[in-house]
Write a protein of this length. Structure first.
Length: 503
């Protein structure tokens, strides 16, 4: 099969996949963003559509006060006896949760907390008698951190009562690399296979596997481990790991996994964060053999929203609260209005509505009216590219002044220009770095903050994109680009994005 890679571009880490009949369903991590845990659907493993979210209402996750890196970690999606399951960690909040749905598009349940299974990266599997096994990365008894020395733990669970039926037991600790995590348990032929990630989610990331004749082990390590890794290679896709196996439509096998596309002369900066990739798998002597992950990007694409619908498009996400808390397309029909509660982009819950950046070269634009619904509700707002509350670039207007701003950890810089009267078009362009500039060529990209004044684009600032990358921000997410309000109510007539891959 000629599979695209990335399979699902942009901030879509920790993929898990399940095949039900001829349909495929895939879920990814969302951390502090809401709605949480998108569910994608495909019938050919090539073309994917987002059909909903597991977390689409208050109470399912306790995300309001989680720190950066908290929230929805590493979902596993499975199907058993007519019901879809998602097991996930609500990190720094509710803990181990299991959601269920008859339809993967939703609605999903409120989420059942599982007592006695404290860890991360929960997997679900059922034996031939219907007993449910939860396998996960356990608490490190040496450092108190998840995964590093804790190994892979397992319990049998009662999914109706929400509790473990036994004390957790260690089933495998991998090959000795740090952070054994992301376990998935499968039955194929005479064997049960336990596949895990090791080495951390950075450049040392890898996939290893073991097998046994019982879902509870003991498990024999594959002599060829790791079966997949890009470490110490010059491959364009790095950090490959956290995989999940699935049968392909033609009867073969594949692995979906996370990876990153570092750019720059030293290939050190990954602007889009961790994305979903796929690679073929064959079986030799009852062991899976994974091929190296090949870059095969899709053609460029575009998105436009004129906010004509009463409900927002499902691709919009917000930080630690749902978009409806501050965003509306009904207050002024045909316009998006954002109402600030005084929070800024530096705050934990900004009035920021964004979309995952999907292409390495991308332009976003919006028509911004700071008078919002009326002159009495005038405010300030604009466009932003965000990694987290300490790493973001923005351009905004208050009707008098255009302000471009860069926030990089504890460093901040601004640039100003007089604002034109009335609504103004703002743009943020993500460009390829200039190869003739020695410093610029080290970066992942260049980000230009612009406004259209008297019919001409005016660039207020050109910024180094490497400071909005996974390696610099150290977040588990990726770039999210969109609109925000920093004061009062701001209206947006339309939003557009257009992107492509580097030439």
């Amino acid at each position: 099969m000629n599979l695209p890679n990335p399979l699902i571009p942009g901030f879509n880490p920790d993929p898990s996949i399940v095949k039900v009949g001829s349909d495929y369903y895939l879920a990814t991590s969302t951390f502090e963003y809401l709605p949480g845990i998108p569910v994608y659907h495909s019938t050919d493993l090539v073309n994917w559509a987002r059909i909903g979210h597991v977390v689409d209402r208050e109470g399912q996750l306790d995300s309001r006060d989680v720190p950066t890196l908290g929230g929805a970690w590493a979902p596993t999606i499975r199907f058993h006896n007519g019901l879809f399951y998602v097991a996930v960690t609500d990190a720094m909040a509710r803990g181990t949760l299991v959601f269920t749905a008859k339809d993967p598009a939703g609605p999903w349940s409120d989420g059942l907390a599982i007592e006695g299974a404290i860890g991360i990266d929960q997997d679900l599997a059922w034996d031939d008698d219907g007993m449910a096994y939860m396998t996960y990365s356990g608490l490190d008894t040496v450092t108190g951190n998840m995964g590093e020395h804790g190994g892979i733990l397992q319990v049998r669970v009662d999914l109706e009562a929400g509790k473990a039926l036994e004390e957790p037991r260690s089933v495998w600790s991998g090959t000795g690399l740090m952070f054994p995590e992301a376990p998935h348990l499968y039955k194929r032929g005479d064997y049960w296979y336990l596949m895990i990630a090791e080495g951390g989610t950075e450049r040392g990331h890898s996939v290893s596997i073991a097998r046994g004749t019982s879902p509870a082990g003991p498990f024999e390590s594959n002599p060829a481990n790791p079966i997949l890794s890009a470490r110490s290679t010059d491959r364009p896709i790095q950090n490959t790991g956290h995989g999940d196996l699935v049968e392909t439509p033609d009867g073969g096998w594949a692995m979906v996994l996370l990876g990153m596309r570092p750019k720059g002369m030293t290939r050190a900066f990954s602007a889009l964060g961790r994305e979903t990739f796929i690679t073929p798998v064959t079986w030799v002597d009852d062991w899976p053999v994974a091929e190296p992950v090949i870059l095969n990007p899709r053609e460029g694409g575009a998105f436009e929203d004129d906010f004509a619908d009463a409900e927002l498009d499902g691709g919009w996400i917000a930080v630690r609260r749902f978009p409806g808390a501050f965003a509306s397309t009904e207050k002024v029909p045909g316009r998006l209005t954002l109402t600030s509660d005084g929070t800024k982009l530096d705050d934990a819950r900004p009035a920021f509505l964004g979309r995952r950046q999907q292409y390495q070269v991308e332009t976003i634009a919006a028509l911004v009216d700071v008078e919002g619904a009326s002159a009495s509700e005038s405010g300030s707002g604009g466009l932003a590219v965000r990694y987290d509350e300490a790493h973001h670039y923005s351009i905004e207007t208050d009707g008098t002044t255009l302000t471009a701003r860069a926030r990089i950890s504890s460093i901040e810089q601004t640039w100003t220009h007089p604002a034109p009267a009335g609504p103004v078009e703002l743009r943020i362009e993500t460009r390829e770095p200039n190869p003739d500039n020695a410093i610029g060529s080290l970066s992942s990209d260049t980000i230009a903050l612009q406004a259209v004044v008297d019919g001409q684009p005016v660039t207020l600032a050109e910024l180094d994109g490497r400071y909005l990358s996974a390696e610099t921000a150290a977040s588990f997410t990726g770039r999210v680009a969109g609109v925000f309000a920093s004061a009062g109510t701001v209206a947006f007539d339309w939003f557009r994005s257009e992107g492509r891959e580097p030439r």
